[in-house]
Design a binder for this molecule. Structure first.
Ligand code: SF4
Length: 65
């Protein structure tokens, strides 16, 4: 799995960082998403997919490899 984020599209809701803080964080100043792991391990894939589904701004893209 590969993960990418679009910080321009991100509306800084923080839902991803709340749901999977091992993969997503928020910028301290702007609140926009910070990607911590672009290739998360398999045990995190389900929650990463959930984060992409829940993101209100469709700012998270998941590519299955
Ligand atoms: S859930 Fe989406 S909009 Fe909210 S911080 Fe994460 S990437 Fe940004």
């Amino acid at each position: 799995m590969r993960v990418s984020v679009d910080t321009d599209a991100c509306c800084a809701m923080g839902r991803c960082a709340d749901t999977e803080p091992r993969v997503f964080d928020q910028d301290e100043d702007t609140g926009t998403v910070v990607l911590l792991q672009a290739a998360p391990p398999p045990d995190l894939h389900d929650t990463v997919r959930l984060c992409a589904e829940l993101c209100p701004c469709t700012a998270i893209t998941v590519t299955e490899e």
